[in-house]
Design a protein around this ligand. Sequence first.
Ligand SMILES: Nc1nc2[nH]cnc2c(=O)[nH]1
Length: 158
Amino acid sequence: MTSFDTECLRRAIALSRTHMQGNAGGPFGAVIARDGRIIGEGWNCVTSTNDPTAHAEVVAIRNACRDLGSFSLAGATVYTSCEPCPMCLSAIYWARIERIVYANGRDDAASIGFDDAFLYTEIALPLEQRAIPMQRLLADEARAVFDEWAARPDRVPY
Ligand SMILES: Nc1nc2[nH]cnc2c(=O)[nH]1
């Protein structure tokens, strides 16, 4: 850990407080940095934008990717006021972010009514034991589109 790490994490916590107090959404803030420079910031906007995916980390990823004109944040670190939930963790992986520094944990989030810890338990369960039923249909028809994409010379992999 460097003093820059501490500075970025404090900034994420400050964003969580400021925008929670401004009623943007839940008390979560995130900062993304690369090469000693902040490239994105975000805070939870779920309730103010009616977007259940607008978690702080996802918002920070969207902002950084938009500003950089890139769908990859390879080489970056995300600083977040709370351990990422499984959705945000997946988004972090998809963005190719390489390091996570966090403050509150999933049990802290659970203690104030958020489902982060529950979701980690849920996704570790076998499909048939999860709260949301999943049914597979039309696999052949959907697979044909995948095969078409895989055969496209101009596809952009991510
Ligand atoms: N880490 C994190 N956990 C959450 N749980 C609910 N919203 C959020 C969020 O924005 N960030």
